[in-house]
Write a protein that binds this ligand. Structure first.
Ligand code: C5P
Length: 257
């Protein structure tokens, strides 16, 4: 990383932490999910590019599989923008790689610990959401700049959701409740935070949560939503890979016009 910490519009300095240490077992056997290729380029590289596409993001911290930090460093160097400095930076965006932990929460914490002084806004973005458009990234950053301690991109649900009592043996699960769909949202990443709020959340909340915003809620702070994007879906199952490649093909076709 260069020593220069770059000021951006509005005076806030923004870093993105990308937890990419999951094994991705639901995708089937193979390399860690973040290192699987989409159109020949690892998913993680797409995710890093999606963050670096925002002019506000001056640093990307990739949290690699615990035994894969060296491989991830090489991948980032291999995919550096032509003409950029040889390593540690893609043009105006610096990057760092740190080894991850057992859970997503631990991996994010390890990424936060690696941030240099002077960061005001932190985005946390799943490597598994490689195709988030830059407008969504910028909308999240802008809402944090406007004063929200935690901002989450989200979409209304198309499916009705049932709450159940899960059964361990595969027998039919009893339904407990049907929350009104109009009040539910499916949340995506990048989630954006005031740096100090996210650090406090990680220091004080020990409950098991599946997203960082949930930790901020537990601090009693107001989390707000901005519109998400259908292309920010999470690549989890084999069919998601097919969809992601179709999105990339559509983008290429559109770029051709
Ligand atoms: O498992 P899930 O799909 O919720 O993972 C979301 C993101 O968290 C993925 O990008 C995955 O690589 C990351 N993760 C991590 N460390 C773990 C588990 C998941 O960085 N131990």
């Amino acid at each position: 990383m260069s020593d220069e910490t770059r000021p951006v519009a509005g005076g806030a300095r923004t870093a993105a932490v990308i937890p990419a240490a999951g094994r991705g077992v639901r995708l089937g056997p193979g390399a860690p999910k973040a290192l699987r290729a989409l159109n020949g380029t690892p998913m993680l590289i797409h995710a890093v590019r999606a963050m670096a596409a925002s002019r506000s993001v001056s640093l990307v911290v990739v949290v690699a599989p615990p035994d894969g930090a060296a491989e991830v460093k090489m991948l980032l160097a291999d995919h550096a923008l032509p003409g950029g400095p040889p390593s540690g930076s893609w043009g105006r965006t610096d990057f760092l790689v740190v080894p991850g932990g057992e859970t997503r929460q631990q991996s994010v914490k390890l990424g936060l610990d690696a941030l240099p002084a002077g960061i005001d806004i932190v985005l946390v973005h799943d490597a598994a959401r490689p195709l988030v458009p830059v407008d969504t990234v910028d909308a999240v950053i802008e809402a944090v700049r406007d004063g929200a301690p935690a901002v989450v991109p989200a979409l209304p649900l198309t499916d009705t959701v049932k709450e159940v009592t899960p059964t361990a043996d595969g027998s039919p699960e009893p339904v407990v409740a049907t929350p009104p769909r109009a009040r539910l949202r499916a949340v995506q990443t990048p989630q954006g935070f005031e740096y100090a709020t996210l650090v406090r959340a990680h220091e004080t909340v020990t409950d098991d949560v599946t997203d960082c915003a949930g930790m901020v809620e537990k601090l009693g702070l107001q989390v707000v939503l901005v519109p998400g994007h259908e292309e920010a879906f999470k690549v989890t199952r084999p069919l998601d890979l097919v969809l992601a490649e179709a999105v990339l093909a559509r983008r290429r076709a559109n770029d051709g016009f």
